[in-house]
Design a binder for this molecule. Structure first.
Ligand code: EPU
Length: 364
């Protein structure tokens, strides 16, 4: 059901979100607001604030764990548009709306032979979500190309622009996961790319897959091919990409493990810590391809959990806990979850029911 539906969205009630999260977890939003402009975002926020509704912001839903029912207002900011502007020398500034598909943006940049985002091909999700976890793959992170992020403050619906430093981007981390978590809606990003070739081919097999002087499109196509070999397409096999972060351990822990397992992939960091490969650790526990009911470990990349259908968030978390326990017991390393869990806000009982436990405000 919906009311007030216009060019800039409107309010819908009891909206099914199973198609709005790439893990295809059953979920319903008590109220749903689909904004297509910054002022539409502001209208949705003002409506929620006037009613005292908690606010949940969805992007492409590719890195989220949704509960069966979300109370308050769930808002999606589908702001379109990509604009290119020539800067000084070889620089090109790109302004992109939060609702543009990340991969479509990469294709548009590669189509203009711009360098900077070709290694980030085929990452699911919308551009607006990219800064939250500082998306990264094949030796490149969003942090390498981002200039600014525009956002609307949830409390007063005012727009702001944060420069790159204020975003405080780190490995799968940013100010949007910490100090600004649940405070803002990202509406636009500014990137700086380059017309000068600057291939980043340090990641393992990437160099072997391209010519000696590749074009941005060559690198883009090699990345797409590598990803298609290893990672499941969320449209066919629901998943949220890496389910765990690659763990950081002390040099002493890494040396202890390397004495027992000399072939263990390990990546020393500038701060002295060592990053391990969570997928490798899970794989070594013999869990790659393991299926239990509705969920499983992907059979080509153990870092990715897949949903075969009919599962719930509770089932997924229980399955993930077993993997964490297995890795902890075998290696003494604790894996941290990567996708963000959305809070149910504890106040909503969907009328149509999704097999969810009923949550009432009086329950606490
Ligand atoms: N490995 C195994 N078995 C597995 C998986 C991995 O032995 O089942 C080994 C690989 O052979 C390799 C090492 O572990 O030696 C690392 O694997 P891979 O290169 O596939 O990358 P990853 O560390 O598992 C990270 C990102 C991916 C990103 C790739 C490529 C994280 C949490 N994940 O995975 O990002 O695409 O590097 O850069 O950092 C995502 O975040 O959703 C994502 C897919």
């Amino acid at each position: 059901m919906s009311i007030g539906r216009g060019a800039d969205g409107g309010l819908e009630f009891d909206r099914d979100l199973s198609f709005a999260n790439t893990l295809a977890l059953p979920s319903r939003a008590e109220h749903f607001w689909h904004a297509r402009t910054e002022s539409g975002v502001g209208d949705g926020l003002e409506l929620a604030n006037a009613h005292g509704w908690p606010i949940t912001v969805l992007g492409g839903g590719s890195n989220l764990l949704l509960p069966p029912a979300i109370g308050g207002l769930t808002l999606r900011a589908d702001i379109e548009g990509v604009a290119f502007r020539q800067g000084r020398g070889d620089r090109v500034h790109v302004e992109v709306g939060a609702g543009v598909g990340w991969h479509a943006l990469v294709e548009a940049c590669v189509g203009r032979e711009l360098w900077g985002v070709e290694n980030l091909a085929l990452i699911p999700g919308l551009a607006g979500a990219a800064p939250i976890q500082n998306i990264g793959a094949y030796g490149v992170e969003l942090a390498d190309v981002i200039d600014w992020v525009e956002l609307v403050d949830r409390r007063d619906a005012r727009m702001q622009r944060l420069d790159r430093d204020a975003c405080d981007l780190g490995y799968r981390d940013s100010v949007f996961k910490r100090e600004l978590a649940d405070q803002v809606v990202i509406t636009r990003l500014g990137l700086t790319l380059s017309t000068r070739p600057r291939p980043q081919l340090d990641y393992g097999v990437l160099r072997e897959r391209v010519a000696a002087t590749p074009s941005a499109r060559d690198v883009f196509e090699a990345v797409c091919a590598i990803r298609r070999e290893k990672l499941p397409d969320p449209i066919r096999t629901p998943n949220a990409g890496s389910f765990f972060k690659n763990p950081l351990v002390t040099a002493a822990v890494a040396s202890r493990l390397l004495r027992q397992l000399p072939s263990m992939p390990h990546y020393p960091q500038s701060d002295g810590q060592v990053k391990l490969a969570a997928g490798w650790l899970i794989d070594q526990c013999g869990l790659k391809g393991r299926r239990e009911g509705a969920f499983g470990v992907h059979d080509r990349q153990a870092l990715v959990l897949v949903h075969f259908g009919g599962g719930t968030l509770e089932g997924l978390l229980a399955f993930a806990d077993k993997l964490v326990d297995a890795v902890r017991e075998r290696f003494g390393v604790v894996l941290e979850r990567e996708p963000r869990r959305v809070d149910a806000s504890g106040i909503y009982t969907p009328e149509t029911g999704v097999g969810a436990p009923t949550i009432r405000a009086s329950d606490g």
